[in-house]
Design a protein around this ligand. Structure first.
Ligand code: TRP
Length: 341
């Protein structure tokens, strides 16, 4: 076996519908970049832009988000000589594999997908005659496309949020079914990796930071806007001088996710000593701004140079297809779609 094939293959996708925020960085981007630096790992990170079409039919938003997310990963230091960084839509083998997998995947399995079931439940709650109202085949088959993403590269590990565990289980199920039907060890069984040590950040209103709650702090907003947003973070009505509880405080949570251990202990002491909310917010802003200044500059420069980002992604697609195309050939053969000679 070659050295490359002995590496642990770690793969994850980012749906390109939003603008990256502090929560994405702490919860996904930062650990992924760290994992990619492990010499025993080959990482595959991609922009899940085919998945984006399921949720977002605003072409401008999809296009913008793809560029923003690519620029963000590069600005934060992803080394694309090591990690294979690509756009899902640049790999035609993925939709092809999606079809093959669709043909071995039980419809009943998809009926049980959380995202689909939630949409049906909403329709039922709203008293709609048709429980499938507004549900596209894209949404229904979403886990099959995700299985193709994962199985295409025989990924061992898939770092995801809790909400995605079911999809990895489905990918395992589909992989097993294909292997069994076509009598071969075509696909590796992927494993979901959910890191409990990775913080889920809260947003401006104290709920989980999420685009759907409209409570995010985008990673690379201008300094002034960053200050404004930090000032908006919800706090309680304790006065300066009264001791405050860091454990239940969004401000402190964000602070500790970005600051050094020493700075975090110092802040904890300030809470006990009754730091006022205005001061705590100033401290948070200063620290965040300090940490984000350099990557923000790189991000802005990258956003001005889409040609460079395009070239990086093309190179990534070439590397990904160097694996996907021959594998897809093998799978075609397996299913009876090989060349005659
Ligand atoms: N569905 C994932 C999400 O919304 C994104 C995704 C698409 C993905 N394909 C993937 C994640 C493959 C891991 C592996 O977060």
């Amino acid at each position: 076996m070659s050295a490359a094939s002995q590496k642990t293959r770690v793969l994850t996708g980012i749906t390109t519908t939003g603008t990256p925020h502090l929560g994405n960085y702490v919860g996904a981007i930062k650990p992924a970049i760290a994992a990619s630096q492990d010499p025993t790992v080959q990482s595959y990170y991609f922009l899940a832009d085919l998945h984006a079409l399921i949720k977002c039919q605003d072409p401008k938003r999809v296009q913008e988000s793809r560029l923003e997310i690519a620029a963000t990963w590069l600005a934060l230091g992803l080394d694309t000589d090591t990690a294979i960084f690509y756009r899902q839509s640049d790999i035609p083998e993925i939709p092809e594999l999606t079809w093959m997998l669709s043909c071995v995947c039980a419809k009943g399995l998809m009926n049980r997908a959380h995202a689909y079931k939630a949409s049906v439940a909403e329709n039922e709650a709203a008293g709609n005659q048709d429980p499938d109202k507004g549900i596209t085949m894209g949404l229904f088959g979403y886990p099959v496309l995700m299985a193709a993403d994962i199985l295409m590269f025989n990924s061992h590990k898939v770092p995801v949020g809790r909400d995605q565990i079911q999809h990895i289980e489905m990918a395992r199920d589909i992989a097993g079914r294909f292997n069994h039907l076509y009598k071969g060890d075509y696909f590796t069984q992927p494993e979901a990796v959910v890191d409990d040590n990775v913080a889920t950040l809260n947003g401006l209103d104290g709920r989980k930071m999420s685009k759907s709650y409209n409570n995010t702090i985008p990673l690379f907003v201008a300094e002034k806007k960053l200050l404004k947003l930090v000032r908006k973070i919800k706090t309680n009505s304790l006065e300066p001088g009264e001791p405050k509880d860091p454990a239940t405080c969004t401000l402190f949570q964000i602070y500790s996710a970005f600051a050094s251990r020493e700075a975090t202990s110092a802040m904890r002491a300030e809470y006990q000593a009754g730091i006022g909310w205005g001061d705590a917010k100033s401290r948070l802003f200063e620290m965040l701004n300090e940490q984000l200044r350099e990557p923000r500059e790189r991000y802005l420069a990258l956003m001005e140079d889409p040609g460079h980002i395009e070239a990086v992604l093309q190179k990534g697609a070439e590397r990904a297809r160097a694996e996907a195309a021959p594998f897809m050939d093998r799978l075609r053969h397996a299913a009876g779609l090989g060349r005659f000679v």
